[in-house]
Design a binder for this molecule. Structure first.
Ligand code: 13P
Length: 339
């Protein structure tokens, strides 16, 4: 498949991406914080549960994996990534080796993992991987994000995007403006506009082909601790407005991260944007938490819960698939999801 075909297939009508790329150590930490038992097989079993959910490809076009996950095999010795491809979903890779402190900054970060990336991406491509994801995280606060952090991260994201395309892979460029903080939605809008504008400048300098790249973006929302929380219509309006200003129409699609939003809000915001606006790009999802939070709670690392867990994952994928078409309604949710 060409890069153009991959990019467009990832945002095919009614579908989005599942971000499953939580590294093993962070996964174990999450289990512990949820009071779920950790054992040697937990990572493999959870990944297998996610990747083998029946008919997930109805609503999921691609799955973002870690370098560990692309090597996983089931108990019968079959490769999990091969099963994902057989189910008609495109495997993606997060080749990132973690956030490190940006030298000379006051605690701001940049992603690491550029060394040897050209060779690693060629290996991933040979294994059937179709796309990459690379994240930059910007926290809003006094003096933050800084000009320095925005420029440095934009250049790193653009280098990774250029290397990905060289390997025949579609880059998903993820400049995340984080939900943490007590800032207003207006501040989030201004920071998002700045970050996206500088990211696209860097993509231009690095000669990235926009028609075969996707953006993974955060929504324009009030900070988590802001006393004045913007409503769903305002979030949709402000997010579409900032994208129209800063994201070229040449990009085939924008897929959202959930960023700590509730399951309900992640779905309701996406739905409202698609239901109420004429847009030049597809707007869909690339959620981790907003797809897997409730399933993980049901699973609890117990094999007898696998079927119920997969049913819950399928439900969230379906709700978000409908939201990517503007066809979701609160009444389609069970009692589990409420505003
Ligand atoms: P969340 O949807 O949990 O924010 O995760 C998306 C992701 O992959 C961040 O890189």
């Amino acid at each position: 498949m060409s890069r153009y075909e991959i990019a467009n297939q990832l945002v095919a009508a009614g579908k989005g991406i599942m971000a499953a790329d939580r590294p093993p150590a962070a996964f174990e930490q999450l289990l512990e914080s949820e009071g779920i038992a950790v054992d040697d097989d937990a990572y493999r079993n959870w990944s297998e549960l996610l990747f083998t959910t029946a008919n997930l490809n109805d609503y999921v076009s691609g799955i973002i994996m870690t370098p560990e996950q692309v090597l996983l095999r089931n108990e019968a010795g079959e490769s999990l990534i091969a099963g994902v491809i057989d189910q008609g979903m495109i495997p993606g890779i997060s080749p990132f080796k973690g956030m490190v402190a940006l030298a000379g900054s006051d605690g701001e970060t940049v992603g690491s993992g550029l060394d040897g990336l050209r060779e690693r991406l060629a290996e991933f491509a040979a294994m059937g991987v179709g796309f990459t994801k690379w994240r930059a995280a910007f926290q809003i606060g006094p003096g933050r994000p800084s000009y320095y952090a925005i420029e440095a991260n934009a250049y790193v994201m653009a280098q990774v995007a250029a290397l990905s395309q060289e390997a025949g892979l579609v880059p998903i460029v993820e400049p995340e403006v984080m939900l943490l903080g007590d800032h207003t939605i207006e501040t989030c809008f201004a920071v998002t506009e700045w970050v996206l504008s500088r990211t696209f400048e860097a993509l231009y300098i690095h000669r990235v082909d926009l028609e075969s790249a996707l953006v993974k973006a955060s929504m324009v929302v009030s900070g988590k601790d802001c006393p004045q929380q913007a409503d769903v219509d305002t979030v949709a309006e402000q997010t579409v407005k900032v994208f129209r200003r800063a994201i070229p129409a040449a990009i085939p699609g924008i897929v959202f991260l959930s960023g700590g939003q509730s399951d309900y809000h992640a779905t309701a915001h996406l739905n409202t944007m698609n239901a109420n606006y004429e847009l030049p790009w597809k707007l869909s999802f690339s959620y981790a938490r907003a797809l897997q939070r409730e399933p993980m709670r049901i699973w609890g690392n117990r094999s007898e819960n696998v079927a119920a867990t997969q049913a819950a994952l399928y439900h969230r994928a379906k709700m978000n698939g409908l939201a990517s078409l503007g066809l979701w309604k609160t009444e389609l949710e069970g009692e589990a999801v409420a505003p």
